[in-house]
Design a protein around this ligand. Structure first.
Ligand SMILES: Nc1ncnc2c1ncn2[C@@H]1O[C@H](COP(=O)(O)OP(=O)(O)OP(=O)(O)O)[C@@H](O)[C@H]1O
Ligand SMILES: O=C(O)c1ccc[n+]([C@@H]2O[C@H](COP(=O)([O-])O)[C@@H](O)[C@H]2O)c1
Length: 207
């Protein structure tokens, strides 16, 4: 029998977790803000997820991470900001030595094949998704939910990834079925929006 998988920050993974629908929300969270919390709340509800795992990245490979606060600080702040017990925060990618999302996705989908994982991203991330390492493998490994973000919608829907995956897009009316669909499958979720961004918060902090 497979030994139980331990992921720091993700408490129990009981046998009853089989079939659970779990959202994976990766980010730099430098810092976490109300826009992130809105995406978590809305995707939990609209995708009818059982749980959501916040994956605090050691560093987005497409960003300059020279001034990124430590992983521990960002994990701590994210935990302090989140009240919903269905949401767990982990920085486990760093401990595993994963620099790229395809590695995280492959590890989780292979280690826990009886869970239904969905990757969650804001619309700005879809616009750049074709620049992610092995992005086609990510899209082939698990369904993806893209959440609307002010100023990013047009760029996202006109992006290379959206065009390549056009055949796999489902109507948002079917969002509750997304997690159980075979990949590739993705949905673009419209809804309440937040114009907040970490970069704006950082800029306002700088004297
Ligand atoms: N206001 C928002 N609305 C929708 N999605 C968002 C919003 N803010 C962040 N996201 C999404 O949350 C995830 C993590 O984002 P991240 O931690 O980089 O925050 P950010 O505000 O985009 O940061 P920065 O401004 O430094 O780029 C990404 O998928 C991003 O698209
Ligand atoms: O794997 C990649 O090439 C890759 C490129 C850009 C972003 N990502 C991931 O996308 C998530 C969002 O990153 P960020 O910085 O926009 O919050 C986070 O989990 C990153 O590790 C991953």
């Amino acid at each position: 029998m497979r030994p139980p998988l331990r992921i720091p920050g993700i408490t129990e993974l009981p046998p009853s977790a089989t079939g659970m629908r779990i959202g994976l929300f990766g980010g730099s969270f430098n810092p976490i803000h109300a826009g992130h919390l809105l995406v978590m709340e809305e995707t939990l509800r609209r995708l009818e997820l059982d749980a959501l795992w916040v994956l605090v990245t050691p560093g987005n490979p497409l960003k300059d991470n020279a001034r990124l606060p430590s992983l521990a600080e960002r994990v701590r702040a994210a935990r302090a900001a989140i009240r919903d017990p269905r949401i767990r925060v982990t920085g486990f990618e760093a401990a595993k030595g994963f620099a790229y999302t395809w590695q995280t996705v492959r590890f989780l989908t292979q280690s826990l094949p009886d869970r239904h994982f969905v990757w969650i991203m804001g619309a700005d991330s879809l616009a750049d998704f074709h620049r992610w390492e092995r992005w086609r493998d990510i899209a082939a490994a698990l369904p993806i939910a893209v959440y609307v973000r002010p100023g990013a919608g047009r760029r996202a829907l006109a992006s290379r990834a959206a065009a390549t995956l056009d055949h796999a897009q489902i109507d948002e009316a079917f969002a509750p079925t997304l997690a159980r669909r075979p990949a590739p499958a993705w949905v673009y979720l419209q809804g309440r929006q937040s114009a907040l961004s970490s970069s704006r918060i950082r800029a306002e902090r700088t004297p």
